[in-house]
Write a protein that binds this ligand. Structure first.
Ligand code: SF4
Ligand code: SF4
Length: 445
């Protein structure tokens, strides 16, 4: 994929209709759309409303109207840009190669710069994305408080007496969706430098992430253990910060670029053959650091080099001498494609190929495996009702597989589908790809 977003270079305009300043949608991308409509059947938001303006083609037309000066930034425009999941299923379907993801994110950057979002949403994004997630120590402090709330019986008491429901039933649902904060963060259980048993064949950096660090430490540990088992020396730099993907997807490119520069500096200190990701959204975004920083003379080259090293864990393992598990793993398993792995990074074959190599596994295809589950960053928080409709559809498909385990390579999808399994009473485990591999290797804890 390519995220050629216009910015202030000599060749790019500083004004295009009502778009102005930095990160203006690229007009060539807009005019690449030939209005064929082949993307429409793949678009989850179009499926929800049946309205042209909620489809990729409709949104591109809205962006064009503003770029041509025929439309101002109306509330409908803002709503439709934010209603989009940024799942990029439309890019996969598009025969003209329209860079839809780049267009919608640039449109969101314009909305962000103009500060026209509703105050509640702006406040939520300011607190969550610009502050908490963008700073490791702030996130760890917030997580520590949340851990007390979740693990010291306060949450249980509040649920028992239905206190949140008094304020809003949605608040109660959102609480159930919130990730459980780990007792030990991944940086406490994963040393900065780890060598495999025997000679190291590869040297990889590892992104332990922001939320992954505090709420998915077990998955990080599983990923590192699988890499070590495959002969890899693993370096997890302590100074790394959030990758910036959630900030960029919500239009805050300034914060996203600040985080990108920081991570470029941190990972560039080491000689690494690859930098391994276990979160599809982070991987997709870090592969685009080179594009986001292309106009920064100090960082453009360093960012390009770093981006070329970013690999999803399945992509990395499929391209090295993968150790095939030797013991039988007699489970029925289905694989869910995270949008930012399947559509943004075009990685669909590698995880299936590796899973299929596990002896004894009964690997079945999940219907609509690459249809968004509704998690989509913080979409399930800001568009809870729509997100739940998408989850209903996903869980119906999960049910038809009869799978004992659903595997995905993205923490957001895991949390969303775990919530779905509970909500619909489906007896299925939802786990990360690396966790399944670790079990297949019988590596224990
Ligand atoms: S990114 Fe997803 S939700 Fe948005 S227009 Fe494309 S297919 Fe539809
Ligand atoms: S985005 Fe692509 S698939 Fe969709 S209408 Fe335009 S050209 Fe056709």
């Amino acid at each position: 994929m390519s995220f050629e977003i216009s910015s202030n270079t000599a060749q790019q305009p500083r004004k295009l209709g009502s778009f102005a300043g930095v990160d203006i949608p690229n007009y060539d991308f807009i005019t690449n759309c030939m209005h064929c409509g082949l993307c429409l059947p793949t678009c989850p938001t179009y499926a929800l409303t049946g309205l042209e303006r909620s489809s990729p083609r409709g949104r591109i037309r809205l962006i064009k109207s503003i770029a041509d000066g025929g439309l101002e930034m109306t509330q409908t425009f803002i709503d439709e840009m934010n209603f989009c999941l940024d799942c990029q299923a439309c890019e996969t379907a598009c025969p003209a190669g329209v860079k839809y993801g780049a267009l919608v994110e640039a449109a969101r950057a314009q909305i962000f710069q103009k500060r026209v979002l509703p105050v509640k949403e702006r406040f939520l994004k300011w607190v969550l994305l610009k502050n908490i997630l963008s700073s490791k120590w702030k996130l760890k402090t917030t997580a520590a408080l949340l851990r007390v709330y979740q693990r010291w019986g306060i949450e249980a008491l509040i649920s028992k007496f239905g206190i949140l429901k008094i304020f809003s039933s949605k608040l109660n649902d959102l609480q159930s969706l919130a990730p459980r904060i780990d007792v030990h963060y991944s940086e406490e259980i994963i040393p900065e430098i780890l060598a495999p048993k025997g000679e190291a064949k590869y040297r990889a950096g590892f992104l332990s992430g922001c939320l992954m660090n505090v709420a998915f430490a077990g998955i990080n540990k599983d990923t590192v253990d699988v890499l070590l088992h495959n002969g890899c020396e693993v370096i997890t730099p302590r100074e790394q910060e959030c990758c910036g993907s959630l900030q960029a997807h919500s239009g805050d490119f300034e914060t996203a670029r600040r985080l990108a520069r920081h991570n470029v500096d941190v990972f560039s200190q080491y000689e690494l053959g690859a930098i391994v990701m276990n979160s599809a959204g982070c991987g997709a975004f870090m592969k685009e650091y080179g594009h986001y920083l292309k106009d920064d003379p100090e960082y453009s080259e360093k960012a390009r080099i770093l981006s070329s090293k970013i690999k999803d864990v399945s992509e990395f393992l499929a391209n090295i001498e993968f150790k095939i598990p030797t013991e039988k793993f007699n489970k029925r398993v289905a694989y869910h494609d995270a949008c930012h792995l399947a559509h943004a990074q075009k990685i669909t074959a590698e995880p299936r190929k590796l899973l299929g190599m596990i002896p004894g596994i009964d690997l079945v295809e999940l219907p609509e495996a690459n249809w968004c589950c509704g998690s989509a960053g913080i979409y399930n928080v800001v568009h809870y009702d729509d997100s739940m409709k998408l989850l209903d559809r996903k869980m119906e498909n999960v049910r038809t597989t009869g799978a004992e385990i659903i595997v995905a390579n993205n923490p957001g999808c895991l949390g969303q589908m775990q919530y779905g399994a509970k909500k619909f009473g489906i007896d299925v485990e939802i786990i990360h790809f690396a966790t399944l591999l670790k079990r297949a290797y019988r590596l224990g804890n």
